[in-house]
Design a protein around this ligand. Structure first.
Ligand code: FMN
Length: 159
């Protein structure tokens, strides 16, 4: 056991993590998907998810304006889209349209539910906490969608 810098401890403790996509909406009504590794369940009753979003992300601006997000668990068919949504910004393009996946409007706030995804949880933001250079947005799950046949994407699929 030795004392190390944070960067080294962080690198060595990474394990195959799940990856999700939060779909948010900007002030002009454009939907914007952002790929996220930093998310967690935070409550059973009611069900809640927390997502951590960097202050510089366009999605951060969106969530300050419109207090909903659809938490999408991408399927293997969505590997390229998940890469795109994690490397390009909605400030510069329409990321949802660029990926070309079909979607339908969900029930909570009519945010996109992607047809080929493994699952989507429609969430309403109930609270937020600043965490260094990120903000943790906590969303209460209102509706869920699932395709039992699909396999989820992990961070390894994106490398
Ligand atoms: C695998 C992966 C995981 C990521 N996880 C997060 C995350 O948890 N939080 C975050 O703010 N950005 C994360 N990012 C970076 C954003 O997805 C990326 O900066 C994105 O282009 C921001 O888009 P936006 O400007 O449209 O919001 C991740 C990217 C990848 C590829």
């Amino acid at each position: 056991m030795k004392r190390v810098e944070y960067a080294e401890a962080n690198k060595q403790t990474k394990h195959p993590a799940k990856v999700v996509v939060a779909i948010v909406q900007d002030e002009n009504g454009k939907f914007n998907p952002i790929t996220l590794e930093w998310f967690m369940k935070t409550s059973i009753k009611p069900p809640m998810f927390a997502i951590s979003i960097g202050h510089t992300r366009y999605s951060h601006d969106c969530l300050q304006q419109n207090r909903f997000f659809n938490l999408c668990f991408p399927s293997k068919e969505m590997i390229e889209a998940t890469k795109l949504w994690g490397t390009k910004s909605g400030r510069d393009m329409d990321k949802l349209a660029a990926a070309g996946h079909d979607w339908f409007a969900g029930r909570l706030a009519k945010y996109p539910v992607i047809q080929v995804a493994k699952a989507t949880f429609e969430c309403q933001v109930v609270t937020q906490v600043k965490s260094g250079d990120h903000t943790i947005f906590v969303g209460e799950v209102k509706h869920c969608w699932l395709d039992e046949e699909k396999e989820v994407v992990t961070v390894k699929d994106l490398m």
